[in-house]
Design a protein around this ligand. Structure first.
Ligand code: ADP
Ligand code: MG
Length: 230
């Protein structure tokens, strides 16, 4: 119901590209996301940071900016006293990048521990013949360099989602190789299924990327989101 509202609202506004402002879509399907919110003023940003009660991550929210960190649109580990200035900085950088960019606000987000976690990617593409394809692989530099990903047609069953995990070459990295922490594999399997349910329920979702989905010993958290709707 909540997911339907978000997608209908976007369609009414003529928006077909959505980003972190649509995180509630994942929330509605029980996919964990960091605590946080999109705000429109430095004061509101500070209030959210105060609620979070720790250093935060701040991201520009704009349909015209697809890769936020490429333009300096992501600040990780922002101390409470720097939140106001960082809000202004992010908006200035977005304007410098594109004068007339639509800026929906700044997302203030709880920090996710990347030390004990591994960045993975979970994506969806709609194939004209097979329907929605769900892709899983390691995130960050791994996804670009190694192209170590695997794909299934949605809806993805639990055994299939488990098989996806087994299939990628870097599976040992998720299982404690190289002194890394063993991640919660069942949380990834659960997330794959939930996402596959979301895109099965909403054919209007043409493309969707969670990059990264941070897989940690105690769960998996979707930290970034980008999607295209019909
Ligand atoms: P984009 O992909 O548009 O550049 P992201 O939201 O993915 O923006 O942020 C870029 C990178 O910043 C992520 O890949 C991750 O390494 C880091 N990051 C983003 N959000 C968080 C967070 N909440 N906690 C910790 N690290 C984060
Ligand atoms: Mg990202």
């Amino acid at each position: 119901e909540r997911a339907r509202d978000i997608l209908e609202d976007a369609a009414e506004r003529g928006r077909n590209r959505l980003g972190v402002e649509a995180m509630d879509l994942l929330d509605a399907y029980g996919i964990p996301t960091p605590q946080g919110n999109v705000v429109n003023s430095p004061g509101d940003a500070q209030q959210i940071a105060r609620d979070i009660g720790d250093d935060v991550v701040m991201k520009i929210v704009s349909p015209d900016i697809l890769h936020k960190s490429d333009i300096g649109g992501v600040e990780v580990g922002v101390a409470p006293e720097d939140v106001r200035d960082t809000f202004e900085d992010l908006v200035v950088r977005a304007r410098n990048y594109q004068q007339d960019a639509t800026i929906l606000g700044v997302q203030v987000q709880e920090m996710v521990d990347l030390e004990s976690g591994t960045e993975t990617i979970l994506g969806v593409n709609r194939d004209p013949q097979f329907g929605p394809l769900v892709l899983f692989g390691l995130g960050g530099i791994f996804v670009e360099v190694l192209e170590d990903t695997t794909v299934r047609v949605a809806p993805v069953s639990e055994p299939e989602a488990t098989a996806m995990l087994d299939e990628i070459d870097s599976a040992p990295l998720l299982r404690g190789a190289r002194g890394r922490d063993r991640v919660d594999e069942s949380a990834i399997v659960e997330t794959v299924q939930r996402l596959s349910q979301l895109v099965t329920d909403f054919p209007a979702i043409l493309e969707l990327d969670i990059n990264p989905l941070v897989a940690a010993p105690d769960g998996a958290t979707a930290v970034d989101l980008r999607l295209t709707i019909d």
